[in-house]
Design a protein around this ligand. Structure first.
Ligand SMILES: Cc1cc2nc3c(=O)[nH]c(=O)nc-3n(C[C@H](O)[C@H](O)[C@H](O)COP(=O)(O)OP(=O)(O)OC[C@H]3O[C@@H](n4cnc5c(N)ncnc54)[C@H](O)[C@@H]3O)c2cc1C
Length: 335
């Protein structure tokens, strides 16, 4: 069977992999040069945190997440299962209690355990919540590896902008077209919206972290994800907007002040990159598989692209090839 995948962010690449596994002939067509800074996936933290996300997300996200984590673990050597540490300053302590009440799968840490796990933070934070089963990865590295793997197995990548505005349908000889354009498909999905996220990469040799750390705050909750060689990803704002390119001074100031509150050594760090994109999201912030003729759209990943895309890709393939309707992510009448 011939499959055209449109889009080479995390959704498109996971779908390409899933169809290839079922011996389909797969072609990826994308406005981006495979993966580049024009994809939302480029800017992600790469946190695989189904337990923490349970604080605000539906249980479906955790279910998709647990399945997806197995995919990433098998695929990428930079998958690190070191858990997530959730902290609050003493002033915001009620937020930590609230977070604990609204989530599962954590263990409360005493100060000696903090010292063992994250010695650089133990002086300022003498308790926290550890979600030991959670993991993280470097999105650019992991998706780069996935692209190389797909290419070596014969998947063709073509750089092309698909213009399917009114009266201009995309036509193809493929048996199925899998539309994974994220916000680039908003004109076909009127209920898709953008949730702007701003982030930074900074470099510091004065502090080291072994796992993603979330610092709870009433206005701007922060997370920091350690990358290799002293680089840290700081994220991320959540603003109702489809704006994909401008980071505001206020957002950058707030993210950096929160990092400084986590540890003053971040005040001496070097800013490497400031990034922005808008997460593609439906009203309930859950991903969807939708059909339009022989086009299947996989979209609405919101802040869960890495957590949900491999599991969504499996459902997309099973729908296309086996006729199995994944009711939990397909909310329309399907022929
Ligand atoms: C700051 C930030 C931090 C995040 N952190 C995390 C995290 O820690 N964990 C997590 O799971 N998720 C995270 N996310 C969310 C995640 O990044 C998104 O859910 C995910 O990237 C969406 O992927 P996608 O493949 O659907 O879209 P995209 O990555 O945007 O890919 C869309 C693709 O479609 C192509 N395209 C668009 N229009 C056209 C067109 N007309 N013709 C051809 N091609 C087109 C683009 O070039 C691109 O290749 C974060 C997001 C942000 C912004």
């Amino acid at each position: 069977m011939k499959i055209d995948i449109i889009g080479s962010g995390v959704s498109g690449l996971c779908c390409a992999h899933a169809f290839l596994e079922r011996a389909c002939e797969v072609r990826v067509i994308s406005a981006s040069d495979a993966l580049d800074s024009s994809c939302c996936s480029w800017w992600a933290g790469g946190m695989l945190a189904p337990g923490c996300e349970g604080e605000s997300a539906e249980p479906l996200i955790a279910a998709l997440g647990v399945e997806s984590m197995k995919f990433w673990q098998a695929l990428t050597p930079n998958y690190t299962r070191a858990g997530t540490l959730v902290l609050a300053t003493s002033r915001d302590r009620p937020l930590l209690d609230n977070f604990a009440r609204n989530t599962q799968g954590w263990q409360k840490l005493a100060s000696t355990q903090m010292q063992d796990l994250e010695p650089d933070l133990a002086e300022r934070f003498n308790s926290g919540l550890l979600f030991a089963d959670e993991a993280h990865l470097d999105p650019r590295q992991s998706l780069g590896q996935l692209i190389e793997q797909l290419k070596s197995r014969g998947v063709e990548f073509t750089q092309r902008v698909i213009d399917d505005g009114p009266g201009n349908e995309y036509s193809s000889v493929a048996d199925w077209i899998i539309d994974c354009r994220g916000l680039g498909a908003a004109h076909q999905l009127p209920d898709l919206r953008g949730v702007k996220g701003e982030m930074l990469h900074i470099h510091s040799t004065e502090i080291s972290l072994s796992r993603p750390v979330r610092l709870l705050h009433p206005r701007i909750p922060l997370y920091i994800v350690p990358r290799a060689n002293g680089v840290f990803m700081i994220g991320a704002t959540m603003i109702e907007s489809t704006e994909r390119s401008r980071a505001s001074v206020r957002s950058v100031l707030e993210l950096l002040s929160a990092a400084y509150a986590l540890h003053p050594a971040f005040g001496e760090a070097e800013i490497i990159e400031i990034g922005v994109d808008a997460r593609p999201a439906f009203n309930d912030n859950l991903p969807r598989l939708r059909r339009r003729g022989k086009t299947l759209s996989v979209n609405g990943m919101y802040r869960h692209g890495f957590l949900a895309a491999p599991a969504m890709a499996r459902r997309c393939v099973e729908f296309a090839l086996d006729g199995i309707i994944p009711k939990e992510v397909m909310d329309e009448n399907t022929p």
